[in-house]
Design a protein around this ligand. Structure first.
Ligand code: GLN
Length: 277
């Protein structure tokens, strides 16, 4: 027998409870995707029944979500900084925590800063900054051509100009210097238990060596050659890595090193200034 919207949502949210902290919302978003409608329409039409094609399509999405695939991949988009960004499994799903880093970057004075986002993924940080500061010249690199393709599409959608460069970290940016470098690099230690929940996302965007800090060390050691005197850098990191990140930055000669917190109050990113060699 065909189910109503109400019945489908009840069954799907029960089925998702063990894999998701937001089972009901996930079920609603997947059903909106199937029916091509808004969430409010699900409630105003709760007694409508799904036809066979809709039921089949919804079950396929539900099965993928039950298997741990992020809702953002199933919908093909994610909200970040009030921008709807296209995402695929070639890039990390942008996290709300990373908006704190964007917020900090926007507090910097200057109408014409040259900015670099390393490992841009979906382009989230670069595009948020470019959309808020049309005068800034924003560049962004990524080692993944597939991720850059998504980022380029997002920049076009939001009508911002970002100079995308294909290559690992600073590799495609030889000779270029910036006023601000930002990055949400991979920072999870290889073998970390948390990775089991993230197995649909690209491992290259998540893990970085035995302690998770290989990318941070690489960026910190190469950044001075790409920063003007007085320039700033901000790197996202794990909640328990702040002390080690500060030590890495300090050892490279960065100054005024400060850690700031995410929405949950956990240490989430550290910024520092490069006063010059
Ligand atoms: N914050 C992400 C998570 O723990 C990890 C992001 C990253 O490694 N850059 O789910």
């Amino acid at each position: 027998m065909s189910e109503t919207i109400r019945q489908t949502l009840a069954r799907a949210s029960a089925a998702l409870a063990e894999v998701s902290d937001s089972a009901r919302l996930d079920a609603e978003l997947l059903l909106c995707q199937t029916l091509n409608c808004t969430r409010s329409r699900l409630f105003s039409h709760a007694d409508d029944t799904l036809n066979a094609a809709q039921a089949t399509q919804f079950e396929a999405l539900l099965a993928r979500r039950k298997h741990g695939e992020p809702v953002a991949y199933l919908l093909g988009h994610q909200e970040f900084w009030s921008l709807r960004l296209a995402v695929s499994d070639a890039c990390l799903v942008p996290r709300a925590d990373t908006e704190c880093l964007v917020d900090w970057a926007l507090s910097l004075p200057g109408d014409a800063l040259q900015v670099l986002d390393l490992g841009t993924g979906s382009g989230a940080i670069a595009i948020a900054l470019a959309s808020e500061r049309p005068g800034w010249r924003v560049s962004a690199s990524d080692a993944s051509a597939a991720a850059l393709h998504i980022a380029q599409r997002n920049a076009q959608t939001h009508k911002v100009a970002v100079n995308f460069a294909h290559g690992s970290w600073f590799e495609p940016l030889a000779g270029q210097r910036f006023d601000l470098i930002v990055s949400n690099p991979p920072y999870i230690a290889e073998g970390d238990a948390h990775l089991a929940d993230l197995h649909h996302e690209p491992q290259s965007a998540l893990t970085s060596g035995a302690d998770g800090l290989d990318a941070v060390r690489h960026i910190a050691s190469h950044a001075p050659a790409h920063l003007h005197a007085g320039a700033h850098m901000a790197l996202e990191h794990g909640y328990d890595q702040a002390q080690r990140v500060r030590e890495i930055l300090s050892a490279q000669g960065f100054q005024t090193i400060t850690t700031a917190q995410d929405l949950a109050g956990r240490d989430r990113y550290t910024h520092a200034q490069w006063k010059g060699a």
